[in-house]
Design a protein around this ligand. Structure first.
Ligand code: NCC
Length: 277
């Protein structure tokens, strides 16, 4: 696609993406009574007035030995991903968690112990699953990538007070369209990573967003996650997800300094709400 400048990209993002969750107004979810199952408050009103500063902490191995924990925790809200822990890593990643984005493997694969693990308690949860592009919701419901629907329903019944949302596939694919439209290459037809999805969600919920180790700092490493020994540079560059293109796009929107990027792996992004386009 055509190469746009930072300010144009912000306006594109604002115009083309609206956070959307499965709200029970569409089939098959309406017949299944989801309108009463989902949280009564829409995700974009989860915090009023909106969060001022937010941190997004990716799970990359390069955050090890960063000593970024205190800086991360100084934000009003902190977003983390999947099964990324804080315990034992506080110095580098902090210990505050306000929201967690989880993919459908987390709720369906037994090793994650979704129903009993404290990682998924006392935080707002945003769950997503890679539905096929423009598949209808019934086809997705019958054949999700990993079964997310029964664990979601069970959890809503057990913990109705916990803010817990399923991201709408159209929201996920609108992000893919946006990445493709601003990239010269043909990107793989797979959804964006949880990281990219989470950053856009936080740009909608917060006035300012600090993202840590999405673009790797000088600590860059092939260590996949800070909490595991597994090494694979596809974790950072992408294989299934169009991760490299997600990163190149957001780097063009960075409002922070090259210093912050190199030393902290920190991108500074503006929230979308107050943007005048
Ligand atoms: O690894 P994952 O992602 O949980 O990481 C969360 C987000 O952090 C960013 N990241 C991570 C590692 C790294 N070296 N560099 C990074 O930039 C990415 O933006 C990433 O999205 C996912 O996106 O949901 C993903 O989930 C894992 C896995 O399912 C979960 O961790 C649960 O075990 C996927 N791995 C596998 O399926 C094997 C991964 O592809 C994407």
């Amino acid at each position: 696609g055509p190469r746009r400048s930072g300010p144009q990209l912000y306006c594109e993002l604002k115009r083309r993406t609206r956070i959307r969750t499965v709200d029970g107004t569409q089939e098959p979810f309406s017949s299944l009574g989801w309108a009463r199952l989902v949280p009564p408050r829409p995700l974009d009103q989860i915090q009023t007035p909106q969060y001022r500063t937010c941190a997004v902490v990716t799970s990359a191995g390069s955050i090890l030995n960063s000593s970024l924990g205190a800086e991360i925790d100084s934000h009003d809200a902190v977003l983390r991903f999947n099964s990324a822990p804080t315990r034992g890593f506080e110095r580098d990643v902090g210990n505050k968690t306000t929201l967690r984005i989880i993919n459908s493997q987390i709720v369906s694969r037994p090793e994650h112990q979704f129903s009993s693990s404290p990682l998924y308690r006392d935080v707002a949860l945003l769950l997503w699953d890679p539905a096929p592009y423009s598949a209808n919701l019934t086809a997705w419901f019958l054949k999700p990538d990993f079964d997310l629907f029964s664990p979601y329903v069970e959890r809503r019944r057990l913990r109705p007070q916990q803010p817990f949302y399923v991201l709408h596939p159209e929201f996920i694919w609108s992000l893919w369209d946006l990445i493709q439209d601003h990239t010269q290459d043909q990107i793989q037809p797979n959804p964006p990573s949880s990281g990219f999805i989470g950053i856009v969600v936080m740009m909608s919920l917060c006035r300012d967003v600090s993202v840590y180790e999405f673009i790797p700092s000088l600590r860059r490493t092939d260590l996949c996650h800070y909490y595991e020994r597994y090494r694979d540079n596809a974790c950072t560059l992408g294989a299934y997800h169009p991760l490299l293109y997600e990163k190149l796009l957001l780097q063009r929107m960075n409002q922070g300094t090259p210093m912050d990027l190199e030393a902290k792996g920190k991108l500074t992004l503006r929230g979308l709400r107050d943007l005048s386009c």
